[in-house]
Design a protein around this ligand. Structure first.
Ligand code: ASP
Length: 470
């Protein structure tokens, strides 16, 4: 007999089935023992009566989180014993065979209510025993639904003629305004790779290569002080397109998000997300600041309604802001962002007055994406490097490859990156991105499950030519 998932037994009333999973809870009602078996799909009530003594004794020995396999008949529950809160609440299994596959220690926290989100448990403990924390139905569902959203994205991008391309993780620093994570090279002592803060330059090089429409579900790494909901590594949907204007990028992203929301609502009838603005609202940066005092306004009509999705584009950004500490111009987006053509004459005299082709996407007060039309001419790119204070040597060392590429027929291009973790957090009504990531880092950047970072053995350091000074 093939094993079934708990929810699938609903269609098997009167038949024999085989299930496997974990002991979720045990209740003794007089002579009868009830065991809730839990698997990936949910809970199923198992019933044991004293008639079969050996079976009954084994059932009596079961403890929470033991792993069991059972065979038995699916019955309708007696009248008045139904549980309308569970999808399997109308049925139960009269067990004929029970096998204990593995025992379990008492878990450090209870994996109670199917819907419990774990907020009652200390976060460090949850992350240390993440494999137990993930046993909660809510967490399993979040990961399953994350997979579904990624699949919707991949299918959509494929239909729109995009090619998914992997870019290296061991690469060179590509500045996105954060510190790099560095990886020492053993073969080239004293030299380092940097983990990508984003695949920005690589996707631009793919446009120079003629790929025209690229995307990637890309992992990005930024060594920042961890504030609030930031993670040192996170996932973004990274997109780049050739021969496009800004409006083409905005249209594509709108179409994608409308598709995601529609499919999610169709797949899960308990979900009823509604778009506040369709098409998405567009605001100029200045207008947003003047009207709402922020470039991330939360424009839901009813802020208490978790089902409302208010997407807003913020456009017409200044190219630069003045960094008074360092006495230089800093790019508002990144240094590859194109100035608007009408403002090019101002670039030399009044750089702060130049507008750029930056576009940020805001959802319910969170920035969930950003991008721009890029510079594709060497002279303009060089000018920007100069304005942000890079010397000619620094420019050559850090960006020589990009400038050279621009000399070999770079097409006009632009793109965007959308933060997947944050988007999912909002779609799934979660308060933290840690709820939608399988193994997130703790608030101080540690992987508590694997215990990283950790010291390494002296041999490894010697091979790398590294001495720890403190
Ligand atoms: N690379 C940018 C980022 O990660 C997004 C983009 O400009 O496409 O924020």
């Amino acid at each position: 007999m093939k094993r079934l998932l708990a929810v699938k037994t609903i269609e098997k009333i009167g038949e024999s089935v085989k299930l496997a999973g974990w002991v979720h809870q045990r209740r003794n009602h007089g002579q009868i023992i009830f065991i809730d078996l839990r698997d990936k799909s949910g809970l199923m009530q198992l019933v044991f009566t004293p008639q079969n003594k050996a079976l009954y004794r084994t059932a009596d020995s079961l403890r929470p989180e033991w792993v069991i396999k059972v065979e038995g008949k699916v019955n309708q529950r007696p009248k008045g014993m139904e549980n309308p809160k569970l999808p399997t609440g109308q049925i139960e299994i009269e067990v004929a065979n029970l096998e204990v596959l593995n025992q379990a220690k008492t878990p450090p926290f209870e994996i109670t209510q199917a819907s419990a989100d774990g907020k009652e448990v200390n976060e460090e403990l949850r992350l240390k025993y993440r494999y137990l924390d993930l046993r909660r139905q809510k967490m399993i569902d979040n990961l399953v639904w994350r997979h579904k959203v990624v699949k919707i994205i991949r299918d959509f991008m494929d239909r729109e003629n995009f090619t998914e391309i992997e870019t290296p993780i061991l690469t060179k620093s590509t500045p996105e305004g954060a510190r790099d994570f560095l990886v020492p090279s053993r073969i080239h002592p004293g030299q380092f790779y940097a983990l990508p803060q984003a695949p920005q330059q690589l996707k631009q090089l793919l446009m120079v290569a003629g790929l025209e429409r690229y995307f990637q579900i890309a992992r990005c790494f930024r060594d920042e002080d961890l504030r609030g909901d930031r993670q040192p590594e996170f996932t973004q949907l990274d997109i780049e397109m050739s021969f496009v204007k800004q409006k083409n990028i905005l249209n594509l992203v709108e179409k994608l998000f409308i598709k995601i929301v529609k499919e999610l609502v169709e797949l899960d009838r308990s979900l009823s997300k509604k778009l506040t603005f369709k098409p998405f609202l567009k605001l100029d940066y200045q207008e947003a600041i003047k009207k709402y005092g922020t470039d991330k306004p939360d424009l839901r009509k009813n802020k208490k309604d978790p089902d409302e999705l208010a997407f807003v584009w913020i456009l017409n950004w200044p190219l630069f802001e003045w960094n008074s500490d360092e006495k230089r111009y800093d790019s508002c987006h990144h240094i590859f962002t194109a100035p608007q053509e009408k403002d090019l004459p101002l670039l030399d005299k009044e750089p702060l007055k130049v507008h750029s082709w930056q576009h940020d996407l805001v959802l319910n007060g969170h920035e969930i994406g950003g991008g721009s039309i890029r510079i594709h001419q060497r002279e303009i790119q060089e000018k920007i490097f100069k304005l942000v204070g890079l010397t000619e040597e620094e420019t050559e060392e850090k960006f020589g490859h990009l400038l050279r590429a621009f000399e070999y027929g770079a097409p006009p291009h632009g793109g965007i990156a959308l933060g997947l973790d944050r988007l999912l957090m909002i779609l799934f009504n979660e308060k933290s991105i840690r709820q939608v990531i399988a193994f997130p880092k703790s608030g101080d950047g540690r992987d508590l499950t694997m215990e990283a970072p950790s010291s390494v053995n002296p041999e490894q350091l010697k091979e790398l030519g590294i001495k720890i000074s403190s």
